[in-house]
Design a protein around this ligand. Sequence first.
Ligand code: BTN
Length: 241
Amino acid sequence: MKYKTIHFSSIDSTNTYLKEHFEELDDFTFVSTDYQTRGKGRNKRVWLSNDKENLLFSLLVKNKDIVSAGGFLSVVAVVSVCQALEKYNFKFVQIKWPNDIFVNGKKMVGILLEGRIPDYVVIGVGMNVNQKIFKGRYRKPPTSLALETGYDINIAELKKDVYKRLFNNLNSYSSKEKEFLDYYYAHDYLIDGEVRFRFDNAVLSGTVKGIDEKFNIIIDSDGEERHISSGEVELLRKHHE
Ligand code: BTN
């Protein structure tokens, strides 16, 4: 089996497109665009990206076995993108739960998973590639591949590499779960960090202990271990700093 690709010069959001067309589109269809008029981030935020400067795409997955992996697909997605960044030899590539990629302390990649299990999952990836000026308001300071390497990157080549990795990793994830989790742990930005997080409408503080096999974040809050499946986690300080 091979994957399919579609490209738009402009669209509201590649995630929205796949959600609206998942029934008629094939399993493993990638949709990319040069520009989004309503790019979506996590927690109803917007994803801003200049025209033609970055990598913006979404992947539709319909295979029942893969879709049933649910939140674990976040691990596979973020690890696949991290592996594509390895060739640039950055000193610090870190994953912030659930699936942001930080390079040298700044956010380079955001991933948004949406869908309806067991029917389909859409994995949306926004990677800042050649953008150098970020004019919008950002919660976390953004960076791009070009800013971190010092040179412009061929987006088409990078896209092909990321597509292949995602395709291969998703199709083999069940035999490599431990490998992906180990990779995630080795790049975990929040581990041992003191964080503030929202839980059942309350805001609590605690220390991050890791990620469990269901991809919940484990936070020790006043001696009580909580496994949290979604929400906002803000790093206050790292223990060793
Ligand atoms: C986040 O960090 O908040 C997630 C950002 C995800 C952005 C990508 S860009 C391609 C795809 N289409 C969207 O509308 N969002 C995702």
